[in-house]
Design a protein around this ligand. Structure first.
Ligand SMILES: [Ca+2]
Ligand SMILES: [Ca+2]
Ligand SMILES: [Ca+2]
Length: 69
C-alpha cells in the first residue's frame, strides 16, 4: 500500500493572512505589480513612464526627461 503522498500535510497560510501576495521589499505593492520589486517605493513613481520605477531606474537618472531637455 503506497501511502507516500496520501497524508501530505497542507501548511498553514495564516502567516500570509495580511500579505496576500509576494512583496519582497515590503512596500505594500505586490511583486507582480511593483515597478521596483526590490526597492521600497510605495508611491510607484515613474517619472519617465518607462515601466521601471524611479526608485530603481538607473537609466532614468541619466536620461533626459521631456520638457527640460
Ligand atoms: Ca513591493
Ligand atoms: Ca517596490
Ligand atoms: Ca522609470
Amino acid at each position: 500500500m503506497d501511502a507516500s503522498l496520501v497524508c501530505e500535510e497542507t501548511p498553514s497560510f495564516s502567516v500570509f493572512a495580511v500579505m496576500m501576495c509576494d512583496d519582497a521589499d515590503g512596500d505594500g505593492v505586490c511583486d507582480v505589480e511593483d515597478n521596483c520589486p526590490g526597492t521600497a517605493n510605495g508611491d510607484q513613481q515613474d517619472r519617465d513612464g518607462g515601466a521601471i520605477g524611479s526608485a530603481c531606474d538607473d537609466e532614468e537618472e541619466t536620461a533626459c526627461s521631456g520638457d527640460d531637455c
